[in-house]
Design a binder for this molecule. Structure first.
Ligand code: NAP
Length: 437
């Protein structure tokens, strides 16, 4: 057996991901030593309750509640506790104690990323976070390293498995949102409190991380426009299917090039995706990130966006990278914020839309709607009208599904507000963006 240098590894957290990381570190110790060029010695595992039952059997003597002491003297600290505090304080303590850090904590990086990256920069340490944006899917390293010589133009990601599971079942089974959510909770795909997933908070954190990397710009979480999927119902799903689309919760990170200069937009919302687009075939709780780069063209990264052992794979990849860096020496690469492009508000974003209206089934109504759209600088690409009879032989209600050409979001929302207030529109059923062309 090769006599490798020994690196002390501290693990904070032994939940769904941490317990699997510990198990893999112990089971594959020899192989990992050969790959890393260093023996990764698991010095201890900090948890809240040392007596708690774990997903896998782990040596009792490794557990401690004293994270602070475990961190001191460690070469690599893996944080898999989640949440903001004390994770943030422990990571800063680890960096200042001379360790490289590995974390899967999207909530922390999306809110305190700059503070942590700055602290690491000060001492030449490195922060690894491959598991923080899309679980097992390698996307951080491709953006940070593989595409470092290219210019990313756009990222469209399905980065939340719970919402993709719900929308996929609504699409394929014609089910209602509330029924699928209840099922997802029973099966463990959704939390008892599903807010972080269904309201898009989790996806927004991941969008902030991906956009920061892709555009070399610090993207604060509150600069990410966020909408969830709770308003999506069966009729919207049916209408989308009828028009050749599927509804997906997308994290869109986009470079905008205007005469005045470059800027970026980062947004999370349910959008219509053409059924022929690769993202349309992402089913169940899977994730995928579709990247468009100037030279590389279109790239798609697909796989498990969550799961204890799957996520542990990404974490271990980071641990091996950190170990190799320790052996090679030198300072960490650091986060690039060279560009620091301005982030535009949602109102300045340009996309196509599908507007569904219920209008009076009267002559001239279509002309009024078309005129209002045109006055608002929204150009119509397609119109489909279905008349819903009131059953009494009286003029009924017509449903208009209008596909637009690209329009500016502010123009579109002002125009829809004018339509809603006009005498002819009974109800604005839905307004959905069309993404992916
Ligand atoms: P988890 O199952 O809730 O486990 C959290 C672990 O951290 C537990 O072992 C807990 O100890 C420990 N812990 C929490 N607060 C602590 C404190 N104050 N002091 C010491 N230990 C503490 O979490 P997880 O699902 O493994 O997720 C870990 C991280 O990975 C999170 O940042 C999450 O966002 C990220 N992530 C998770 C997944 C996934 O599929 N689960 C995917 C991608 C990224 P006790 O066990 O004693 O309570």
């Amino acid at each position: 057996m090769t006599d490798y240098r020994r690196l002390r590894v501290a693990l904070l957290g032994a939940g769904a991901v941490g317990s699997q990381v510990a198990s893999l570190l112990l089971r594959h110790a020899d192989e990992l030593a050969d790959r890393a060029g260093a023996r990764l010695e698991l010095a201890g595992i900090a948890v809240r309750d040392v007596g708690a039952k774990r997903d896998v059997d782990l040596p009792r003597e490794l557990f401690t509640t004293d994270a602070e002491s475990l961190i001191v003297g460690s070469d690599i600290v893996i944080e898999l506790m989640g949440g903001i505090e004390p994770a943030r304080a422990y990571l800063l303590h680890a960096i200042n104690s001379g360790a490289d850090i590995v974390t899967a904590n999207k909530a922390l990086l999306a809110t305190h990323g700059p503070e942590i990256f700055d602290a690491a920069d000060q001492v030449g340490a490195e922060v690894y976070y491959e598991a923080a944006a899309a679980g097992a899917i390698p996307i951080i390293r491709p953006l940070r390293d593989s595409l470092a010589g290219d210019r990313v133009q756009r990222i469209m990601g399905i980065v939340n498995g719970t919402t993709n599971y719900i929308l996929d079942r609504m699409d394929t089974e014609g089910a209602e949102f509330a029924d699928v959510l209840a099922d997802a909770q029973r099966l463990g795909y959704a939390e008892a409190d599903p807010t972080a997933d269904v309201e898009g908070y989790d996806a927004a954190q991941k969008a902030a991380i991906l956009a920061s990397l892709a555009f070399h710009t610090t993207v604060p979480l509150d600069a990410v426009h966020r909408e969830g999927i709770t308003s999506i119902d069966k009729s919207m799903m049916d209408a989308a299917r009828h028009a050749g689309y599927v509804i997906k919760l997308l994290a869109v990170c986009e470079r905008l090039v205007e005469a005045s200069g470059e800027s970026i937009s980062v947004r999370v919302y349910p959008a219509l995706v053409d059924r022929k687009h690769p993202l349309a075939s992402v089913h169940g709780a899977n994730n995928a990130v579709f990247v468009q780069a100037e030279a590389a063209g279109n790239l798609m990264f697909y796989g498990a966006g969550a799961g204890g052992v799957q996520t542990a794979s990404a974490v271990l990849g980071d641990v091996v990278s950190a170990a190799r860096r320790h052996i090679a020496g030198g300072v960490g690469v650091g986060e690039s914020t060279l560009a620091n492009l301005p982030i535009v508000p949602i109102g300045r974003v340009t996309t196509r839309y599908q507007i569904t209206l219920e209008v009076d089934d009267q002559p001239g109504v279509l002309a009024t709607v078309a005129g209002t759209l045109s006055d608002g600088r929204v150009s119509i690409a397609t119109v489909e009208q279905t008349v819903v009879s009131d059953g009494n032989g009286e003029p009924g209600v017509a449903r208009l599904v209008i596909g637009t050409h690209k329009a500016v979001e502010q123009d579109l929302s002002d125009t829809v507000a004018r339509l809603a207030a006009s005498g002819v529109v009974e109800r604005v059923v839905s307004v959905l963006r069309v993404e992916g062309d």
